[in-house]
Design a binder for this molecule. Structure first.
Ligand SMILES: Cc1cc2nc3c(=O)[nH]c(=O)nc-3n(C[C@H](O)[C@H](O)[C@H](O)COP(=O)(O)OP(=O)(O)OC[C@H]3O[C@@H](n4cnc5c(N)ncnc54)[C@H](O)[C@@H]3O)c2cc1C
Length: 478
């Protein structure tokens, strides 16, 4: 019997697990996929928003601002990519000017620090490659770029190191309320728990309805992106927005913590919560809108397109509450859910406590620091690493300079990858310009060898996405 079971291991579930694992509790995290951070947490703009966007008085506004304040310290402690770049919302006309003034007002009401409207001259001095037609900009120095899946993995790894049980490939299919506890049926067996946290993202309405009467519906809204090569990474130094419209924050152009440039997202109602296809129409919209922010982006340098699903609901706020005794919803966590995650984790602990959960702090809590890549180590660290593991000397991913030692370290971590994309999320092998064209087969071999499973059983991403089938005449995999 677990004290608390968290359903879903995106950034929300991981943040909850991290905070709860500081207490003497038995905790389980159930995730339907074969890895963590496979939902919206892996496909978003990767921005720690300053907090001027959400409506004042909402949970979103409060948790955005608090999350943004907590984010830097958390990322530094867990060795996760974070860069406080600041953001600019560009105004090109009278409507844009009015919009940035409104955002300034909202931001001040929300308690965002250091917000100001700056002149066109100052904006262009800061960002010489943006559209020279800019009239003014809202400058938010506290905005930052982060590594979303890196943070999710580090948070849940910390929880696991402190005793939480992570069950992958465990899709929750039914929940039955018993006398003082719940019985959760999953695709890989049943679990009993005294309390539940529903952090299942775009599926959170369905999971909630397993316990409560239907009271909200998730409306999946897709956002499509371009990820551009590092040749474009230095084009802007800050996150560049245009004024928000009825579709939300609009198309941004931003550097990533890994040195690339990201442009997107669109905002289109999706057919279902798993629809992460990209479309010619969507990408064209990103291209045309981003070009208004900077005409200098070379979209021929695109290395990947992807899409993420916003878990929107009818109400314009997070659904973060005790929805039934023993059942906390952390549902409809749309943007700025990533930024707010450190604060949402704390809020979930507070709600569980209000629901009667006894909280006794552990005497010893250890945070898990993500591995530093060989390429990012100092010379002394490199020579130490090579003494421990000579395979740090063998480069597997040429684009990103990722060594076999880096991959082995990921495979030995508390939440090891099982798929090729899982390796990519942990140590960037396959994230470079060739997108795994060169290193993919080598990563495949290493995964097979280290996991002790046949190459035919290794997946690209989710269960069933096999790369190899059949045998050669000699009996090896083809
Ligand atoms: C296009 C786009 C851009 C965004 N940009 C930003 C940004 O720049 N900054 C920001 O702060 N926020 C941003 N967001 C929002 C942010 O990404 C989300 O708020 C956040 O990732 C939500 O995390 P989550 O853990 O709630 O959901 P998810 O990451 O979707 O995790 C839910 C998990 O639950 C699992 N699950 C679902 N059903 C079940 C089940 N029945 N049983 C077991 N497991 C289940 C899923 O597999 C998944 O792993 C953006 C969102 C989108 C779509």
């Amino acid at each position: 019997m677990y004290d608390v079971t968290i359903i879903g291991c995106g950034i929300t579930g991981a943040a909850a697990a991290y905070e709860l694992s500081k207490f003497r509790l038995s905790i389980a995290v159930l995730e339907k996929e074969n890895d963590v951070a496979c939902g919206t947490t892996k496909a978003n703009s990767a921005i720690a928003h300053a907090g001027y966007d959400p409506r004042p008085g909402t949970k979103m506004a409060r948790l955005n601002v608090l999350g943004s304040e907590l984010m830097e310290g958390l990322c530094r402690r867990l060795n996760v990519g974070y860069e406080r770049t600041g953001s600019l919302v560009l105004a090109f006309d009278g409507k844009g000017m009015k919009a940035i003034e409104e955002l300034l007002d909202r931001g001040q009401k929300n308690g965002v620090r250091e917000l100001e409207i700056i002149s066109a001259e100052r904006t262009l001095e800061m960002e010489p490659n943006i559209n020279p037609g800019v009239l003014a900009a809202l400058y938010a120095p506290t905005a930052a770029i982060i590594d979303p899946w890196g943070l999710c993995i580090a948070l849940v790894s910390s929880a696991v190191v402190n005793g939480a049980a992570l069950r992958l490939n465990a899709e929750v299919r039914a929940i039955e309320r018993k006398e003082g506890y719940f019985r959760i049926e999953t695709s890989s067996g049943a679990f009993e728990t005294r309390r539940i946290v529903n952090a299942s993202g775009a599926h959170s309405d369905k999971v909630s309805e397993m316990v409560t009467k239907p009271f909200f519906k998730i409306i999946p809204v897709k956002g499509e992106y371009f990820l551009l090569d590092k040749s474009q990474g230095g084009l802007v130094k800050r996150i560049i927005f245009q004024p928000p419209d009825e579709d939300g924050k609009g198309v941004l152009v931003a550097p990533t913590v890994h040195g690339n440039l990201i442009a997107g997202p669109t905002s289109e109602r999706a057919s279902d919560p798993e629809d992460i296809s990209v479309t010619a129409r969507g990408l064209e919209k990103v291209l045309n809108t981003a070009a208004r922010s900077s005409g200098k982006i070379d979209f021929r340098e695109s290395i990947r397109n992807f899409a993420g699903i916003r878990a929107s609901a009818e109400i314009d706020d997070f659904i973060l509450e005790i929805s039934a005794p023993g059942f906390v919803n952390a549902a409809a966590i749309k943007s700025p859910g990533l930024t707010a995650a450190p604060a949402i984790g704390l809020e979930i602990v507070k709600l569980l406590h209000e629901d009667g959960l006894e909280l006794i702090e552990k005497e010893y809590f250890r945070e898990y620091r993500s591995e530093t890549l060989f390429r990012d180590m100092s010379m002394e660290e490199r020579s130490e690493a090579l003494k421990r593991e000579k395979r740090f000397g063998r480069v597997i991913c040429r684009c990103e300079t990722i060594t076999e030692g880096d991959i082995l370290a990921a495979l030995k971590s508390p939440v090891p990858p099982v798929s090729i994309d899982g390796v990519k999320r942990r140590c960037r092998a396959g994230s470079g310009r060739c997108q795994g064209g060169f290193c993919g087969p080598r990563v495949h071999e290493i995964l097979s060898r280290e996991r002790g499973v046949r190459m035919e059983e290794i997946c690209q991403y989710r269960e069933g996405s096999f790369l190899l089938t059949g045998k050669t005449k000699e009996g090896g995999a083809i």
